[in-house]
Design a protein around this ligand. Structure first.
Ligand code: NAD
Length: 465
């Protein structure tokens, strides 16, 4: 049985560190300790919980250089992008800190005099109690973002969190735990559980009040089944196949091409909301394609520790096979390969940025989540054709429309089945707005007030004076 995780640097294919894996016994002990500690945490003053999270935010800032280096070492994320993630996480935490009191405040929803002599008034109130002990099983691609979307509001609202970071971002997971504990979160209230899929499955055998998962659709279905077995609340943030449609009226085609290329290739395309399909109106197709290719060919690929690097290695070696499969499938069926299409010989797990045209929805590259630096671009003749193609997917995370005309864009987006709609932007997340997927992209909501409330359960109070 595997007892240690080997953390491998994707840029150099060398061992970074070996760390012990949790086994069934330690997981059970940790879950039992969290269960025991949770009521006291829920009973602690909200101001104290907020102060601890504010200290955690400040520690992220103070230790940012080291934390970014660790993230880059274990995922291959370019250092500039690791720093961006850490900096943005600090501002995102302010949203939770500023809004948790509002969400937890009891709602007085009804008051009436009873009208019976000798009896007082009736009051109906809703309180928002923590769920209890929750599991947070997380992905590696943005461990600070996707993790803190869950464990920060969960902790603020009084839950204990059993946090299983991805096996591909486990050092970051341990660093997060260390900083939260330093900030004052009790060790039995935020508890890291280290290991891969089997460890996650064992975690889901513990008694839980909620299961919050970020990862692939395939794993998400297993998570939902495991959570259902004990009737725990389940929330799933899964993959995407996010489309962008470029209308014929965009005023600056080259600028749009550059923005959409960034939305496709940032973090090597390893973003749940990366643009994975592009539809371009025939009237501007040639101009768009030329500008898009020029942008992609200008991307600097290389050592992720170099601040000038835009494209690092692929984080999981095995995923190179999937990228090759999708390219081969497309080319075999008649797609045109403009650049890339292959892994790069040498040290590390690099894949050349790849642009395909003459693609169709019979090809895996336009159907399956790619999660890498490979994009398909398709010419369309009308808004109606674009809408039909954008909706031709099992996923429903985000959709983007670029147009000079706000009402045209909103009319198109209104017909697309996605949790997020973008006009003249893409690959963007805001703490004020709900983050949720439809179809194979998931169940439930993080971020926004809704994404704080999701870590609570309402309780109805009938109060007669
Ligand atoms: P993954 O599904 O392979 O793994 C996710 C987590 O699940 C890991 O911690 C893994 O160890 C664990 N796991 C695997 N099998 C398990 C099992 N049987 N029981 C319990 N836990 C198990 O996904 P990944 O490669 O880490 O992440 C990439 C995926 O995540 C992509 O599909 C991406 O789109 C998605 N994602 C979605 C969002 C979003 O907000 N919707 C954000 C980030 C990533």
């Amino acid at each position: 049985m595997q007892t240690h995780l080997s953390i491998i640097n994707p840029a150099t294919a060398t061992l970074v560190k070996e760390i012990p894996i949790d086994d069934a016994t330690t997981i059970q002990q940790k879950a039992a300790a969290a269960r025991q500690a949770q009521p006291a945490w829920a009973g602690s003053p909200l101001a104290e919980r907020i102060a601890a999270i504010a200290r955690f935010r400040d520690l992220l800032g103070q230790r940012q250089a080291d934390l970014a280096a660790t993230l880059t070492a274990e995922t291959g994320k370019p250092i500039t992008q690791s720093n961006n993630e850490l900096a943005t996480t600090q501002t995102r935490l302010n949203f939770f800190i500023d809004h948790v009191a509002q969400v937890l405040a009891p709602d007085v929803v009804h008051q009436e005099p009873i009208g019976i002599p000798g009896t007082g008034d009736l009051e109906e109130v809703i309180s928002y109690d923590p769920l209890g002990v929750i599991a947070n099983i997380s992905a590696w691609n943005y461990p600070y973002f996707v993790g803190s979307n869950v464990f920060i509001p969960a902790l603020l609202t009084g839950n204990a969190v059993l946090y299983k970071p991805s096996e591909f971002a486990a050092l970051t997971g341990l660093a997060i735990a260390d900083l939260l504990h330093t900030a004052g979160i009790p060790e039995d209230i935020f508890v890291p559980i280290i290991g891969g899929g089997a460890t996650g499955a064992t975690l889901l055998e513990q008694p839980l009040n909620g299961v919050f998962f970020t990862g692939s659709y395939t794993t998400g279905k297993k998570i939902a089944a495991a959570a259902a077995a004990q009737l725990a609340k389940v929330q799933l943030e899964l993959g995407g196949k996010d489309p962008a449609y470029i209308c014929d009226d965009v005023p600056d085609v080259a600028a749009v091409a550059a923005a959409v290329a960034d939305g496709s290739f940032y973090n090597n395309g390893q973003s749940c909301c990366a643009i994975e399909r592009i539809y371009v109106h025939a009237a501007i197709y040639e101009e768009f394609l030329a500008a898009y290719l020029e942008t992609v060919q200008g991307f600097v690929m290389g050592d992720p520790t170099d601040p000038n690097t835009y494209l690092g290695p692929i984080s999981r070696q095995i995923h190179l096979d999937e990228l090759e499969r999708q390219v081969k499938d497309a080319v075999t069926q008649g797609a045109t390969l403009h650049c890339g299409g292959h892994r790069i010989d040498g040290t590390g797990w690099y894949f050349a940025p790849t642009v395909l045209t003459e693609v169709t929805h019979d090809m895996a590259v336009m159907r399956d989540e790619t999660f890498g630096p490979v994009i398909g671009i398709q010419k369309v003749e009308s808004d109606a054709e674009a809408i039909s193609l954008m909706n031709d997917t099992d996923y429903g995370l985000t959709a983007a429309v670029y147009s000079a005309d706000r009402s045209r864009a909103i009319h198109i987006l209104g017909q697309i089945n996605s949790g997020t709609a973008y006009w003249n932007c893409c690959d963007r997340v805001s703490p004020q707005l709900p983050w949720s997927g439809r179809g194979h992209s998931g169940v439930g909501t993080t971020l926004s007030l809704e994404g704080i409330r999701t870590f609570t359960q309402p309780r109805g109070w009938h109060l007669r004076q």
